[in-house]
Ligand binder design. Sequence first.
Ligand SMILES: [Zn+2]
Length: 348
Amino acid sequence: MSPTRAAFELGGTETKAGTRQSVDLPVSILSNHIPVSLPVQVIHGRKDGPVMFISAAVHGDEVLGVEIIRRVLRHKALRSIAGTLLAVPIVNAYGFINHNRYLPDRRDLNRSFPGSDQGSLASLLADIFMREIVLRSDIGIDLHTAALHRTNLPQIRISPGQPKLRELADAFAAPVIMVSSLRDGSLRKTALDNEVEMLLFEGGEALRFDELAIRAGVIGTLRVMKHLGMLSSKSIKPTRTRPVYSHESHWLRAPKGGIFRAFRAAGDFVGQDDLIGIISDPFGDIDTEVRARIGGVIIGRTNLPAVNRGDALYHVAIIDSPQAAERRLDLITGELEAAVLPDEDEIL
Ligand SMILES: [Zn+2]
């Protein structure tokens, strides 16, 4: 008989090999005496393998990632995993219950890493998440959406010069991979500083579901786990199409205030100088054209028609060979739309 794999200890609770359970890590007590915890589901496989975390709602209003984690956790393939999965669907419980991106002290958790056990509320939460989850993991996927009233095309963000991350991003196969620099205080930078490989997923809108973005997140996460040898299910297949890479993007901002009519959606390709929207005054007397400053693919867009001068309208990623990229993007998006997740417990 082969020796049993050791249990996984988290917050004083042991999860035996071949089992899963939820563990509540205490964070603090609210002003009205209600305790707040960081809920984690630990899935500890019978076989050895990497420790991976998957997290959502670091920004409390980004509910889409919570649904991605729910679907991943219900997938049949997870009944037999190698290694250990730490699933944290709601990192920022304070923001989540208030439908708010930030913490009650108005701090952004994703600018508060690595945190400190003597710091602000954001810093305390960052410190617990770092110590208990990130530093226990070899790899992580952190799920985000666009901010309120904006939507993002499903995309993976990685830092430049990281071949292993590139390999994992290719395995995830979101339609677009943005190679972008890291911000101080972000989870992504702190993970990298501590040699934990981390992918950041962006897709959809705050406080809303978006089926394409949810599918991209679920299928991508399962693909990464299979790529790492954590899952063996034959139903999880790599993509046949290479994702579209971009190393540079820019925001197109409103040239004046008014009512904005958007002519293009996230995922559309635009050429330089294309007419992509109009801003009108409320009487319709004055129309101001919005034209693409450069060509590329729209990876983000506002959904709010009332705009002030300077508001971000479109986020455009610059890409090489746009025609070939457009074909690849269509193929990947089509694959996601057509994907049947046969091992899923529920009919969507
Ligand atoms: Zn976010």
